[in-house]
Design a protein around this ligand. Structure first.
Ligand SMILES: [Ca+2]
Length: 353
């Protein structure tokens, strides 16, 4: 969106220069007038774009300055967890100290279908390159406020996790540089493998040199019509570079946004400056609206998301005990039947006399 804003302003500017070629300036006053007009037009266009963006900003799902009452007030829409603290400039999930876990979680379940999340954050610390960790994650998951081994959140999560992994755990992995951003979709049974930096469950990702960077990092997550795109801006150029693009990704609604971070033997400051959620206007066909409601996240055509709901059948031991108890049950029934029959016969004989 920043790109859109920037490019559209630039577009207007270009068209003005085209007009400019048709003018001839007689004196400095005309030139000044031209610059003033240009300035007013530009600031006007920027304001228009800003208004346009603000219209679609969903404040109830956004976290931005000033963080009044965040985590404490009953009117706040976010909860803090672990080592997370709020300062006037950021929400610090972990300080640059060993073995810390912190998170911030939205209190309101999320039901929009087409959306875009822009996260502004900063990761920095005293440690030299490769002597820092572990990283942070952005979440949209069924459960919230859980502690665990996945960047400060639970393992076997259900929903979307986007990891900013700042430490390379896998020993034999030289094909990618760290920090590395990766996308994972959890269905409750998939496990995040920390020792391999989640490589086997990764749906997409990219290297992004976000640590100790000059500028704050911007991460964009766009989800629309079952397509998830992740883009990143690390060097303050206000230009997005593509990081991941996954189609056929199906995410149920009613989940919670969150951000978490963790340090271990190595550490860093993990700061969230803002998380802004925008609603996207997307034309939907009747087929889109008729689309089945899903209960578990999945990616079309991926085996690991096929949930086995069939009866797995009996094992040998189960079969043996089932047979044993059936025989025992039948024997008891037969014995009871015989006793009842014997009594009935005796009663009949007594009545006869
Ligand atoms: Ca790692």
């Amino acid at each position: 969106m920043v790109v859109v804003v920037f490019e559209s302003s630039l577009g207007r500017l270009r068209s003005f220069w085209f007009l400019h070629a048709m003018f001839r300036f007689k004196n400095i006053r005309e030139l000044t007038c031209l610059f003033v007009t240009l300035y007013i037009l530009m600031s006007q266009s920027l304001a228009d774009d800003q208004d346009f963006m603000e219209e679609f900003l969903k404040r109830e799902y956004s976290l931005a300055k000033p963080y009044r009452g965040l985590g404490f007030s009953s009117s706040s829409q976010w909860d803090l967890m672990g080592t997370a603290v709020v300062t006037p400039d950021h929400v610090r999930l972990t300080p640059d100290m060993q073995s810390r876990q912190g998170a911030v979680w939205s209190r309101i379940p999320f039901f929009l279908k087409d959306w875009e999340l822009q996260v502004q954050f900063k990761i920095f610390g005293q440690g030299k390159k490769n002597f820092n960790g572990d990283g942070m994650a952005i979440w949209l998951t069924k459960d919230r406020m859980q502690k665990g081994p996945v960047f400060g959140n639970m393992n076997h999560f259900i929903g979307l996790g986007i990891f900013v992994d700042t430490y390379l755990n896998a020993e034999k992995s030289h094909d990618r540089a760290f920090p590395y951003i990766s996308v994972m979709l959890g269905n409750g049974t998939l496990s995040y493998d920390h020792d391999n930096d989640g490589r086997f469950t990764e749906l997409g990702g990219c290297t992004a040199i976000v640590r100790n960077a000059l500028y704050n990092t911007f991460l964009l997550v766009r989800y629309s019509r079952n397509r998830l795109t992740v883009m990143v801006d690390v060097d303050g150029r206000q230009e997005w570079s593509e990081c991941a693009d996954i189609t056929g990704l199906r995410l149920p609604t009613g989940y919670y946004f969150g951000a978490s971070a963790a340090t271990g033997d190595l550490s860093d400051n993990h700061d969230i400056i803002s998380m802004k959620l925008y609603q996207l206007t997307v034309e939907r066909t009747p087929e889109d609206d008729e689309e089945e409601e899903i209960t578990l996240p999945r990616v079309d055509g991926m085996e690991q998301f096929a949930v086995d709901v069939e009866d797995p059948g009996m094992s040998g031991v189960q079969f043996f005990f089932t047979l044993l108890f059936s025989i025992l049950g039948l024997s008891v029934l037969a014995a009871v039947g015989l006793v009842v029959y014997g009594r009935w016969k005796e009663n009949k004989r007594k009545r006869f006399y």
